[in-house]
Design a protein. Structure first.
Length: 207
């Protein structure tokens, strides 16, 4: 779908088509929603209701009058959503922080497009949302672990290095740089081309 495409209401859907679409809507493993431009929730499926801490879509729709104010944690999220729709004609993988019924917060990725009538007037937005809270948590944990590694690498009082299987040095910490008489890591990496040949009295010991 290009940035200028929109979804138009099908005029020739028969009862069987409608039943199929309804079943997909209700049983999809991702949240599906319809909202107005001012943030009123028109439809929601069971997955979206459960994501937000509700027993049923009916409860969710009755409770949420303004998606931007009640679900999105950051006040700028809904304006950014509308801005992207205006600019591109859709949003894809739009990452948002959202608030559940109990006040806890999560992260979600949304994809949405406008639905218009035959005259081009906006009826509503239809879209999907996937909870990515665990993915964000793992990413944050990875960043924290990388930060801890960098702290140890930079501040250890023993030499630490990383090298390729062929013996080319890839990283050297400040302690190792000083130990080898270099001013900077870059100097050492440029100065040491083969660890086995240049550092070991018996190069075979590196194997």
């Amino acid at each position: 779908m290009s940035g200028t495409d929109v979804v138009n209401l099908p005029s020739n859907m028969d009862a069987n088509d409608d039943q199929v679409f309804r079943r997909i809507f209700e049983q999809a493993g991702v949240g599906i929603f319809q909202t107005t431009s001012d943030g009123r929730l028109l439809r929601a499926n069971q997955t979206l209701a459960e994501m937000n801490g509700y027993e049923s879509p009916k409860e969710l729709i009755e409770d949420i009058r303004d998606v931007g104010a009640q679900i999105y944690v950051e006040a700028t999220t809904r304006p950014r959503f509308l801005g992207l729709i205006e600019r591109d004609g859709f949003v894809r993988n739009f990452v948002v922080r959202y608030r559940r019924r109990d006040g806890s917060e999560g992260w979600a990725s949304e994809t949405a497009t406008p639905v218009r009538d035959q005259d081009g007037a906006l009826l509503y937005f239809i879209g999907t949302t996937v909870d990515i809270s665990e993915l964000v948590r793992l990413q944050e944990a990875l960043e924290e672990a990388e930060g801890t590694y960098r702290d140890i690498f930079d501040n250890a009082n023993i030499g630490i290095y990383r090298s390729s299987p062929e013996g080319r040095q890839l990283r050297a910490n400040p302690a190792l740089v000083r130990l080898n008489g270099y001013e900077t890591e870059a100097e050492q990496l440029n100065g040491v081309n083969d660890i086995a040949a240049e550092w070991y009295a018996d190069p075979g010991r590196r194997d």
